[in-house]
Design a protein around this ligand. Structure first.
Ligand code: FAD
Length: 339
């Protein structure tokens, strides 16, 4: 076993570092502290490409920047081979992947090839002396398992997006950059990415959504009101428990302590009081807007922007304004509207 390096495989979403990478980095930083190790990031891309500053902000101390000399194809086969080479060469203590579509394909594939231990969809990673303590739930969240073991080989883990906190590091750290060129054999790529098709926000996992419109008991039976707003913004729909109890949204769309933890860039809470069981699942949203007719509703304590009033008047008004803005943006910038 080499040095105690905790590696994070950096994932990107629409050219930006995906939030799950920051969650993993924050966790890796804590673990590195416990184990007196180092927080490292694997970045696959061009050698002369810029390193996102955000990685350093979240505690990266060392970046392995890997370029494949003979393949620019961003395929799982190529990534798996690159990472396989890198792990063999540097023997990290742990490598973390997001339990995202690509992370969930990469992690077990690499572990199988190198005969490494692999635990998927973990919720907790801790270190006790030389031991690792990995927690995950199973049987549809009914049982919580703790794995306590002394790793003798690199441990491959996937981490569920939205389950761990992302916190910036205390101060700037010195950054070491290791550039690696990796040669990929011809014929290695068995799969080819033809094009990316953006997921239907109504169907993607709530934990992966960038925009969430959340409805609460205050919407009454009027699902259409939040659906119209969500369609216009390309947002996903979630909600509080009463909506699930009333059969208006499926349980997978419930936000909260017994539902999903979400980490969108924007969450709009419509007609939700802000009970702590709900807030526990949304307090990591980057920006929260709350609409509630009760000015004293607790949700306003957690919102960055609060609108006091009847949502049946406010949402149609917002929809009209957004439509006007969209048309204006489309006229000014062709189809490059930010909305
Ligand atoms: P309410 O608390 O009834 O709030 C409705 C809000 O809508 C009010 O603030 C009201 O002012 C506003 N409103 C009404 N009409 C309008 C209007 N026309 N315009 C604007 N505003 C309006 N809840 C969850 O959400 N997720 C969980 O995971 C969860 N887990 C739980 C686990 C346990 C063990 C327990 C005991 C409870 C759990 N709950 C959970 C339930 C939680 O305690 C709350 O009851 C629930 O979150 C309340 O949902 P709400 O805010 O939609 O409804």
């Amino acid at each position: 076993m080499g040095q105690r390096e905790i590696w994070v495989f950096a994932e990107f979403s629409e050219h930006e570092v995906a939030p799950v990478s920051f969650e993993m980095l924050s966790e890796a930083r804590k673990l590195a502290k416990e184990l007196k190790g180092k927080t490292c990031v694997c970045l696959i891309g061009k050698k002369d490409g810029e390193i996102p500053r955000s990685l350093q902000k979240y505690g990266a101390e060392k970046i392995y920047r890997i370029e494949s000399k003979n393949s620019n194809e961003p395929s799982i086969d190529v990534y798996a081979s690159i990472l396989q080479n890198l792990i063999q060469k540097f023997s990290p203590f742990i490598i973390l992947f997001g339990a995202t579509p690509s992370g969930s394909e990469l992690a077990p594939r690499i572990a199988a090839r190198l005969k490494l231990p692999c635990i998927t969809e973990v919720k907790r990673i801790g270190g006790e002396r030389d031991n690792l303590v990995i927690g995950k739930s199973c049987y549809n969240e009914k049982v919580y398992q703790n794995y306590n073991f002394h790793p003798e080989k690199t441990v491959v883990l996937t981490v569920l997006p939205g389950d761990m906190n992302s916190e910036e590091a205390d101060g700037p750290r010195e950054l070491e950059v290791v550039n690696e060129d990796i040669y990929i054999e011809r014929g290695m790529t068995r799969t080819k990415t033809i094009k990316f098709i953006k997921g239907d926000p109504k169907k993607i996992r709530l934990e992966e959504a960038n925009l969430v419109i959340a409805g609460g008991k205050g919407i009454g039976k009027d699902m259409a009101i939040i659906e119209d707003l969500a369609d216009l913004l390309g947002a996903s729909i979630g909600g509080s428990r009463p909506l699930v109890d009333d059969g208006m949204i499926p349980f997978e769309r419930q936000i909260g302590i017994t539902g999903k933890s979400v980490t969108p860039k924007l969450l709009m809470a419509c007609g939700i009081s802000g009970a702590r069981e709900f807030v526990a699942g949304m307090d990591k949203a980057m920006l929260t807007i709350a609409i509630n007719r009760d000015a004293k509703a607790p949700i306003f304590k957690f919102a960055n922007l609060g609108i006091v009033g009847d949502l049946h008047e406010i949402i149609p008004f917002l929809i009209d304004r957004i439509k006007v803005l969209k048309q204006k943006c489309n006229r000014e910038e062709g189809n490059n509207s930010p909305l």
